[in-house]
Design a protein around this ligand. Structure first.
Ligand SMILES: [Zn+2]
Length: 340
């Protein structure tokens, strides 16, 4: 059975009430790319990639003689909600190296979104709070819903009760953009069939380079689609694509990762396979995403190219958010905080 096949049918079946641009984009990708079997991941499933009895780390090349393979290696970081996809081919040292390094950057970068989309990491939905010495605003997700605490002299959000929306800005913890990009690329290299790995030798070296000032010339853009409205918080979808044989002029490989309200399209740099497009300005439609179930109510999907090529640490970056709510209760300030 071929590893890559045409799987666009799945998308087409899901697209009712279809935007013509989405149909055109689906046709474009169908013509240029073959897809591996898509993965729909839920916490109740457990899928292990690779062979338990033949341990060889695909990142450092070490086998059982020279490395340990005791820890469960998440193919997608657990912070992004993955509790079901693991690999047998990531050694403990690489697992720890990525976890403390680039995956930490990805975690910091994505945390405000993960809180708001209620994505459960190792310790549940992450809380988010204002950094600093004085107590400030914080957002916690509790069984009753979101609890947002703010101070009168330092408000976090603007509440529009008539339209049932709140808007606010959240601050990201420090991250290095290119490290976030590497963490995304690492996911793609983890799910890549082993027969394809010879095309990604430089990318493998690049994600293992701790010095983020060094790097591949061909850093690809990351395309982020935001699908507004209620979305499940416990389903992760991953689809891997490879350029069809005889097709030229498009990047060799990319994958699509969806969790919460976001869908990321991440290109996987292959200097060997992408030589013909090196330096060429590409004009690809964003990968089509089905979007909200009720566009009239929640709005259209928005698409943006995220530039994650920066190589220095970004601190204190704020991200604007708008959320709708069904019910909102306003608690009075905690009286005992003043009197007690
Ligand atoms: Zn390793």
């Amino acid at each position: 059975m071929p590893l890559f096949c045409g799987c666009f049918r799945i998308y087409n079946e899901r697209m009712t009430n279809i935007d013509p641009a989405l149909i055109a984009a689906a046709a474009f990708y169908d013509e240029h790319y073959a897809a591996a079997q898509p993965l729909f991941l839920r916490p109740s499933d457990k899928i292990f990639l690779g062979n338990k009895n033949e341990r060889l780390c695909r990142f450092c090349g070490l086998g059982e003689q020279d490395a340990t393979f005791k820890d469960e290696a998440h193919a997608i970081p657990e912070a992004l909600g993955n509790k079901s996809l693991f690999s047998y081919y990531e050694c403990d040292a690489c697992n720890s190296f990525f976890g403390k390094g680039i995956e930490n950057d990805l975690g910091n970068w994505s945390k405000p979104s993960r809180t708001l989309y209620r994505i459960r990491g190792k310790k549940g939905v992450p809380s988010i709070k204002k950094r600093g010495e004085k107590p400030g605003w914080r957002i916690d997700y509790e069984p009753t819903g979101f609890v947002i605490k703010q101070y009168e002299d330092d408000p976090l959000m603007i509440v529009d009760e008539a339209n049932k929306t709140i808007t606010f800005e959240l601050t990201r913890d420090a991250y290095t953009p290119v490290a976030v990009l590497k963490a995304f690329v690492k996911i793609g290299l983890t799910v890549m069939p082993s027969e394809e790995l010879s095309n990604f030798i430089e990318a493998m070296t690049w994600i293992r380079e701790a010095d983020h000032s060094k790097g591949l010339v061909n850093e690809f853009p990351l395309i982020r689609s935001f699908q507004p409205g209620p979305m499940p918080n416990d389903v992760t979808v991953l689809m891997l694509f490879r350029r069809r044989i005889n097709v030229t002029g498009v990047p060799y490989a990319f994958f699509v990762l969806s969790f919460g309200n976001e869908v990321f399209q991440v290109f996987l740099p292959s200097p060997k396979q992408d030589a013909a497009i090196n330096g060429v300005k590409l004009n690809l439609p964003p990968f089509p995403v089905p979007g909200s179930i009720d566009r009239a109510k929640y709005g259209n999907t928005t698409v943006a190219v995220v530039d994650l090529t920066g190589r220095t640490v970004v601190r204190g970056e704020t991200v604007p958010y708008a959320m709708g709510f069904e019910n909102f209760t306003r608690d009075e300030p905690e009286a005992d905080a003043k009197s007690g």
